[in-house]
Design a protein around this ligand. Structure first.
Ligand SMILES: [Mg+2]
Length: 320
């Protein structure tokens, strides 16, 4: 079966594309947190969005037979918090190319499915487009491409490139005298790339208070623990020594993430480095903190179990 995908949010209409199977139900488009909502309502909105993203993303990976669901689940809460509340960004600003919008760079581009699904829950791309993930001629590639989706700010995938790009966009804003901010999401294994440390040094030197780097500190990389491969610790001390403010938070706690991002731009004049303590595969029991789920594809039975666990957790949240 082929269906023409609505072009919303895509740079051009890709035309008829073979579609993946439909999910059990299509993702709810929640959009930004309501204006004037109190903190509890904001957190509840973000929790609902993360739930929607995870239950849709796990089905996408199963249906496509490809993806990085473990690392996608570990950054879901960070992405949702940024796109649906923290950043000065909206689908309208993206469509109009508003130069003053905040920027986000997903340096760990292999987690593209999480980004696309957050863009769908936020109203940036049509939910139906998720059914084209990694299909021939799709705009939703295995790594994000800025020439294909308007909300994507940088092509990423080769690790160690996102932070240098983000430093460049932050320098541009500084030169322009603009208040726009740049957020960049890094994998922790990715920090073994030397280019990150050049970028950290430059950002500290230039006092890029409009820049916020978030490291998805799930302690796992492609095939092993980060600590067993090329250890990063003491990470906070190292980054502080490069002239950054460092904040450590539970990367699955939306309220804690809101507090961390509320400090950007930092009054200190320094860039902000958020160490988001996460678990690969969070919160699904058979995935969480297992390195195999870097690139593993869930079976139909595992999808069913994941959905049941996510539904149960969401029900528990609503009862609180
Ligand atoms: Mg990692």
């Amino acid at each position: 079966m082929t269906v023409t995908v609505p072009p919303l949010g895509l740079v051009h209409d890709p035309g008829p594309i073979p579609l993946l199977p439909a999910p059990d139900r299509e993702i709810a488009v929640l959009g930004r947190t309501p204006v004037g909502a109190d903190r509890d309502a904001v957190v509840a909105h973000l929790a609902q969005a993360s739930y929607e993203v995870r239950r849709r993303a796990v089905q996408t990976v199963h249906d496509a037979g490809l993806g990085h669901i473990g690392g996608e689940f570990s950054i879901t809460d960070v992405l949702v918090t940024l796109y649906l509340h923290v950043m000065n960004i909206s689908p309208e600003q993206v469509a109009e190319g508003d130069p003053e919008r905040d920027r986000v760079v997903l340096s760990k581009g292999h987690a593209a499915n999480a980004l696309y699904t957050v863009l769908a829950v936020g109203g940036y791309i049509a939910p139906e487009a998720l059914r084209t993930f990694m299909q021939p001629e799709s705009m939703l590639n295995g790594h994000p491409a800025r020439g294909k989706i308007r909300a994507v700010e940088a092509n990423t995938g080769p690790l160690g490139h996102g932070l240098p790009i983000a430093v460049g966009t932050a320098v541009a804003a500084q030169i322009d005298g603009s208040p726009r901010r740049t957020f960049v999401l890094l994998g922790d294994g990715e920090l073994q790339e030397g280019s990150n440390w050049e970028a950290l040094m430059t950002a500290g030197h230039r006092g890029l208070s409009n820049l916020c780097a978030v490291v998805d500190r799930n302690r796992l990389q492609q095939g092993a623990r980060v600590a067993d491969t090329n250890d990063l610790e003491p990470l906070a001390d190292k980054v502080r020594a490069f002239g950054w403010d460092v904040v450590e938070v539970d990367g699955h706690d939306h309220a804690a993430l809101l507090d961390a991002f509320a400090g950007v731009p930092a009054a200190s004049g320094r860039p902000t480095f958020v160490i988001a303590r996460t678990d690969k595969g969070h919160p699904v029991s058979y995935m969480r903190d297992h390195v195999a789920w870097h690139h593993k594809v869930p079976s139909a039975e595992q999808v069913t179990q994941a959905l049941a666990e996510l539904d149960a957790l969401a029900g528990g949240q609503e009862e609180k």
